[in-house]
Design a binder for this molecule. Structure first.
Ligand SMILES: *Cc1c(COP(=O)(O)O)cnc(C)c1O
Length: 474
């Protein structure tokens, strides 16, 4: 399987080529040149498979350059009960007889769904770097969950260093502790005097310095990484099969969304033939995606319009994976995508209402809803009272919006994107008690903190990286 860019149809190579690179040279995102599909009979065969086998079946058509046995071994190493808490890996729980379900994606090392893909990336990076005798320095920015998921995935990986920028003092205490308590030779936490957008701009500035980037083998594991999207498609299959529906019957999914990576993986599963009826995008107050799906206009929100909310991992004004979706809506017309993204880059709206593309969007099964802080508190409280189940604020966004789109007779699977322990402040505000926390995180806030403070300055960041890497030569 070959990959192409959403903007220019440039060949980007095979899976392992796009795994280690970020944006395509023309600024677009990597997409497979076609999406393989399962027939109804093949889907029946997948129904009973354990997670690792299912992951293999879903992913291997897109991965032509890792031998079958090696890929199986990578997946076996990744999706283990010791790492994800159960043999099911992603258990499905019914919320009473409401027809709503929770697909548990957050029982991994960092307690958020990002582990599902990031753990795979950790093993896949190690494998590819070993094979090619290379090393990489991952430079990333996090507003909370990505950083800890990436660091836990790269712990002890000899060919990988992680430089992770975070906005100083702006993550939850628990999230800070998750990252800063790590005392590992290959992990560098950098607290930047600024906000998340500043961190992201610093990453961009370093990447824009082609010489520095090449000299220090700077890589990324951000939300546009194709390997993450592909690994995430697997649990839609797992969740669907766990419902035990008659062959061909539809299920709907509701996904708390920010960068559109998780829900796009659901769309990929639907395109592969999984009977997904509707895909519901749940936003918080930062409802740029809701604006698009309800009005047909995609207009990126400038940083100053993006509010700080109690579901902070969705505080995003620009959904970086959205380009992949519009590429498919335009029938892989990269010229069209290029034109749209010139508008996006200029801060102008992309208006699809009068075009044939809008009909494609409406046929795609997507819909969207949004919620407020008060909605989240009320939903956390109600799910606790009615179903005896404590959920986190992001998952609450999903349950609230999922409920509002529930169709009679069609199950609605709501994705649990984090555990409540990660966002104890909001959960306490909702139900008046502390959420349980896994024993390994007891007292984590009191542990010594390992991080470096840097000003919001790209030259200072480059100097720090250069100093840590010393004579870096492959
Ligand atoms: C990252 C994250 C999201 C948003 O996922 P996207 O793939 O960016 O849409 C939602 N909830 C939680 C808890 C997250 O960490």
């Amino acid at each position: 399987m070959q990959y192409v860019s959403t903007r220019g149809h440039q060949p980007l190579g095979t899976f392992t080529d796009v795994l280690l690179s970020g944006l395509a040279p023309d600024g677009g995102l990597a997409m497979p040149e076609r999406i393989s599909t399962f027939s109804a009979a093949e889907l029946e065969r997948l129904r009973e498979l354990p997670y690792v086998e299912l992951a293999y079946e879903v992913m291997h058509p897109f991965i032509s350059d890792i031998p079958e046995d090696d890929l199986r071994e990578l997946l076996r190493r990744t999706y283990r009960a010791e790492v994800f808490g159960s043999e099911d890996i992603t258990p499905l729980t019914a919320l009473g007889d409401s027809g709503l379900y929770l697909l548990e994606l957050s029982n991994g090392p960092s307690l958020a769904f990002k582990d599902m893909a990031m753990q795979f990336l950790g093993h896949a990076f190690e494998y590819v770097l070993e094979r090619e005798d290379r090393r990489v320095n991952i430079l990333g920015a996090t507003s909370g969950d990505t950083g800890s998921a990436a660091e836990y995935a790269m712990l002890g990986k000899e060919r990988v260093n992680v430089f992770m920028l975070s906005p100083q003092g702006r993550m939850s205490r628990f999230q800070q502790a998750q990252m800063y308590s790590l005392d590992e030779p290959n992990i560098f936490n950098i607290a930047v005097a600024g906000v998340f957008d500043d961190c992201q701009d610093l990453v961009k500035a370093v990447n824009a310095d082609a010489e520095f980037k090449a000299r220090y083998d700077i890589g990324a594991v951000n939300s546009i990484n194709w390997g993450r999207v592909l690994a995430q498609a697997v649990y839609y299959f797992k969740g669907y099969f766990a419902l035990n529906l008659p062959a061909g019957a539809e299920a709907d999914f509701c996904v708390p969304s920010g960068n559109f990576g998780n829900v796009f993986a659901g769309y990929l599963a639907r395109e592969m033939g999984l009977p997904v009826g509707r895909l519901i995008v749940a936003s918080n107050e930062n409802s740029v995606l809701h604006e698009f799906f309800s009005g047909g206009v995609y207009h990126v929100w400038p940083a100053e319009r993006v509010a700080v909310t109690s579901s902070p991992s969705m505080d995003i004004g620009k959904a970086s994976n959205f380009e992949r979706f519009l590429y498919l809506m335009a029938d892989a017309d990269a010229g069209q995508v290029g034109t749209w993204w010139e508008e996006v880059a200029a801060g102008r709206p992309v208006d699809l209402r009068e075009s044939a593309h809008w009909a494609a969007v409406q046929a795609s099964g997507f819909a969207a809803g949004r919620s407020s802080h008060a909605d989240r508190l009320a939903t956390i409280r109600r799910v606790d009272t009615d179903f005896g189940r404590l959920i986190d604020p992001h998952t609450a966004d999903g349950v609230l919006v999922g409920e509002s789109f529930k169709r009679p007779g069609v199950p609605m699977v709501c994705l649990e994107t984090a555990l409540p322990a990660k966002f104890a402040e909001t959960v306490r505000e909702a139900v008046g008690r502390e959420p349980a926390r896994p024993a390994r995180f007891a007292g984590i806030e009191e542990r010594p903190r390992h991080f470096t403070e840097l000003p919001n300055d790209a030259e200072a960041l480059k100097a720090f990286i250069a100093e840590k890497l010393g004579e870096w030569a492959q």
